[in-house]
Design a protein around this ligand. Structure first.
Ligand code: ADE
Length: 333
């Protein structure tokens, strides 16, 4: 089948079966690059389902790039709460400031100019330019890798196929409708060519697919497994006589990141720390972190920070990990 035929079949399928998502622009509407940027950053490490429950609220808090640039970082973190990977929020905020302060409020429209923004790798550069400016950039994410390797039944480990995947994905990219094509290939991966139970009978490329009906279909693409590193530490929930709990600002890369945390990482010699026998586990990209939760009673702050009344906790943005710690310690407070 000709490359252009693949493109056409996918676009036809998208016109009938593409997802309706709040950051999408249908019916010829001109996309707002700010909406595209926010959604693409949110979608970097978070599923569509989760992003759907945060996106509208974030856009209400910061409806324009100017509003985001002018907001205190802490407010941005608060609106980001629950999405995790807070570096993204900080980078997005910084990017908004660069766009407003250094680019006159005009979004970059080339790969070169996009590099001046923060936290935008190869994938997001391509998806942003395709979705916001209809540039024929080729998007290669996990969906595209799965679709291409299955379509041509490439059973080698994916890390050996990088150049082939880029080239194959590029061949099919639409020149006339690049934004729709980028959305379409993501939707095909998310709703039809799924990791488990792919719905091949709905696939616009089923006739050409070399993996359809083969027993090893779900095993493609073959990934080299990288085990997550196990890390263990203690976390201390310190309560004073009034029942207030100690919180400190998290420091990251020497910056005050704006999120709050219970003391952990360092070994605290907190007298009378009560082992709650509870642990919380959190998976980061390469790490599985397990924290033993201790509750201690003390009047003096162990580090820079403050005792906060539990009724005021919602004013202090906590990461998902620290929310889990709070939940684990609740019955001891
Ligand atoms: N994943 C990354 N970007 C996406 C988008 N714009 N729509 C759906 N899923 C995505």
């Amino acid at each position: 089948m000709e490359d252009s035929r693949f493109t056409q079949l996918l676009l036809d399928w998208f016109d009938g079966s593409g997802r309706d998502l709040p950051w999408r622009f249908k019916g010829g509407a001109h996309p707002d690059p700010y909406v595209v940027l926010v959604s693409e950053i949110m979608l970097q490490q978070t599923t569509v389902k989760t992003v759907l429950s945060y996106f509208d609220r974030f856009m209400q808090c910061f409806p324009t790039v100017q509003a985001l640039a002018n907001a205190p970082l802490e407010d941005v973190y608060r609106a980001w709460q629950g999405l995790g990977y807070y570096t993204r929020a900080r980078n997005l905020h910084r990017s908004a400031q660069i766009i407003v302060g250094e680019m006159n409020g005009c979004f970059p429209q080339t790969l070169e100019a996009l590099k001046k923004l923060k936290g935008i790798g190869t994938y997001t550069q391509a998806s942003f330019l395709a979705l916001a400016f209809n540039r024929p950039e080729t998007v290669v994410d996990g969906n595209v890798i799965r679709i291409m390797t299955r379509l041509f039944h490439r059973t080698e480990p994916v890390n050996e196929l990088t150049a082939w995947i880029d080239e194959t994905a590029r061949r099919f990219t639409s020149v006339l409708r690049p934004a729709d094509y980028a959305s379409a290939i993501m939707d095909l991966g998310a709703t039809v060519c799924t990791p488990k139970n792919p719905q091949c009978t709905y696939c616009p490329w089923q006739e050409a697919c070399l993996s359809k009906d083969r027993a090893d279909l779900e095993k493609i693409p073959q990934r080299r497994l990288t085990a997550k590193k196990d890390m263990h530490s203690n976390v201390y929930v310190i309560v004073n006589a009034r029942g207030d709990v100690f919180l400190r600002r998290q420091t990251e890369k020497g910056l005050l990141s704006g999120l709050y945390e219970f003391p952990w990482r360092e070994a605290y010699d907190v007298a009378g720390a009560e082992d709650t026998k509870k642990t919380v586990t959190h998976i980061f990209t390469h790490i599985r972190l397990t924290l033993n939760v201790y509750v201690c009673h003390a009047e003096v702050a162990p580090t820079v920070g403050e005792f906060v009344s539990l009724t005021h906790f919602d004013r202090y943005p906590l990461s998902t990990l620290m929310k889990k710690v709070l939940k684990a310690a609740r019955e001891f407070l």
